[in-house]
Design a binder for this molecule. Structure first.
Ligand code: BG6
Length: 493
């Protein structure tokens, strides 16, 4: 009997074909801070700036030259040399205002492709608010830009909808004009090296995988903490809240990678099938398993900062949560009875994205009464950012007389071994340009995630509170039920 072959994903080495990237939302914060710098660095690294063009599209009316100046400034702000930045922008970038209409867009695309002798390979990158999706997708289709004799791909930034109904509608709209194989829904967490490594950690290291289940694990905790507040995004954030902004996407992606079964192949279809199966085994989260809160005035490092309700652009009396913690039950053979605790918050004391896996304690504790409290369990800390790495905690005997135990760690830090990690957006751009959907969210995956949170995103009751610079409301402690367990780091530490 022959053994099935498991080819590696192609994106790392695959050739990037000549193409035109049409960037909707070209003057937005994401385009300036992340996308333009990532495109620049990628084109230089993979050397494809001769065979690629970028057409920025946004609301403002301006010339190619004026937009190049915006892009040039974005590059210089990200550390690129002025001269290099100007040359690259002049060679690669053009601009069109959406106010000129989609016929003008089709004509401009035609001109660029002819001038640069490009095949009709097109990527439409929608870095725009959800409210603009309808007009943009409909507009592209109205002038036939949804198809060409090359490849056509559409890249959709998060948030993907605001609840289950809107995600279903958005999927239906996209599927009217594009096949699922042409759609790339972005969650930039999936492209972080440390998040991608979760698959390697689990499925290349049978030692851990053999303990990765309800027989050996007591609970799993996932924390997303940032010191940042609104960063000029009050309008968006006040209508979204942290559950829509971070939990439905980034935290759920991490949770599915921690909980999924081994895929049958290392390809987009097989991996995404397993992630969807995890989501399908989760019951909708109900109100008593969620703690929501809003920050009040406090500190961010040395700086004193206002409370959420005093921030510019926040509606008076807003009930939007800036912190949420929840308990989730993954009801399948591997995980039944193992709570997954998720927590996300703005204006917390530090930036930290971390998974904490607590293993079960020994059934009989031989060392009771030897001066050691019966508290330590083996714990795996998977730090996704910053100071990326792994720490496995276990007890050792303190040398000398008596039998006292103390927890110690086996540790690995990415920075010590590999230096700086690549920027997530570069990885995502390469992947959609070579047609690898592994790190993108499939239609059913987005919908399942909203289904689980349906009743949570609708909660409009007054949230609890926590001072900026603290680890959130004490009420979140009550979600953790295991003996001696607490959030890591703890709320009151
Ligand atoms: C974004 C959220 O998706 O992720 C932001 O909209 C959040 O509110 C950001 O700050 C965090 O991303 P990162 O890569 O800095 O952890």
């Amino acid at each position: 009997m022959s053994t099935p072959q498991h080819p590696a994903p192609a994106s790392a080495t695959a050739e990037i074909e000549s193409h035109l990237l049409v960037l909707f939302g070209a003057t937005g914060d994401l385009a300036k801070r992340k996308l333009i710098p990532a495109l620049y660095s990628l084109m230089k690294r993979r050397n494809f700036d001769d065979t690629t063009r970028i057409l920025g599209v946004a609301g403002s009316v301006m010339s190619d030259e004026e937009y190049r100046e915006i892009a040039r400034r974005a590059l210089v702000d990200s550390g690129v040399d002025e001269h290099e930045a100007s040359g690259w922008c002049a060679d690669v970038i053009t601009y069109l205002s959406v106010k000129e209409g989609f016929d003008a867009l089709a004509a401009k695309i035609d001109r660029i492709e002819q001038a640069a002798d490009l095949p009709r390979n097109r990527a439409y990158y929608l870095a725009i608010p959800p409210a603009a999706f309808d007009d943009t997708i409909g507009g592209l289709a109205s002038v036939g830009l949804h198809e060409s004799d090359g490849w056509t791909r559409v890249v959709v930034e998060k948030p993907f909808g605001t609840d289950l109904d809107s995600a279903v509608e958005l999927n239906a709209l996209l599927h009217t004009w594009f096949d699922e194989s042409q759609i790339y829904r972005i969650d930039h967490y999936l492209a972080k090296e440390t998040v991608q490594n979760l698959l390697v950690f689990r499925f290349a290291n049978p030692l851990f995988e053999s303990a990765w289940n309800r027989d050996r694990i007591d609970s799993v905790e996932i924390t997303f903490a940032e010191t940042l507040g609104l960063e000029g995004r009050a309008g968006y954030f006040d209508s979204a809240g942290i559950v829509r902004d971070v939990v439905q996407n980034h935290l759920f992606q991490i949770m599915t990678l921690i909980a999924m079964e081994p895929p049958v192949r290392l390809n987009a279809g097989a991996i995404r099938d397993e992630k969807v199966k995890v989501l399908k085994s989760i019951y909708p989260v109900n109100g008593e398993d969620v703690v929501r809160a809003q920050y009040t005035a406090g500190s961010a490092g040395e700086e004193e900062v206002p409370g959420y309700l005093e921030e510019d652009g926040i509606s008076p009396g807003s009930n939007t949560e800036t912190y949420a913690a929840m308990r989730i039950c993954v009801d399948n053979w591997r995980w039944r009875g193992v709570p997954f605790y998720l927590r996300a918050g703005k204006r917390l004391p530090e930036r930290l994205t971390q998974v904490v896996v607590r293993f079960k304690r020994p059934p009989v504790f031989l060392f009771d009464g030897q001066g050691t409290p019966r508290l330590h369990a083996n714990v795996m800390y998977i730090t996704l950012q910053p100071d990326e790495g792994f720490d496995l905690r276990f007890d050792v005997k303190i040398p000398g007389e008596g039998l006292e135990l103390v927890p110690q760690s086996l540790s690995f830090r990415y920075g010590d071994v590999f230096g700086d990690l690549p920027e997530a957006y570069e990885t995502l751009i390469v992947d959609f340009l070579v047609g690898d959907q592994t790190l993108f969210v499939r239609a059913d995956e987005a919908e399942e995630a909203w289904r689980i949170l349906e009743s949570v995103v609708d909660l409009d009751s007054e949230p609890g509170s926590y001072p900026a610079g603290s680890w959130g409301p004490l009420a979140a402690d009550s979600l953790i039920t295991g003996e001696g367990d607490h959030w890591h780091p703890q709320h009151d530490s």
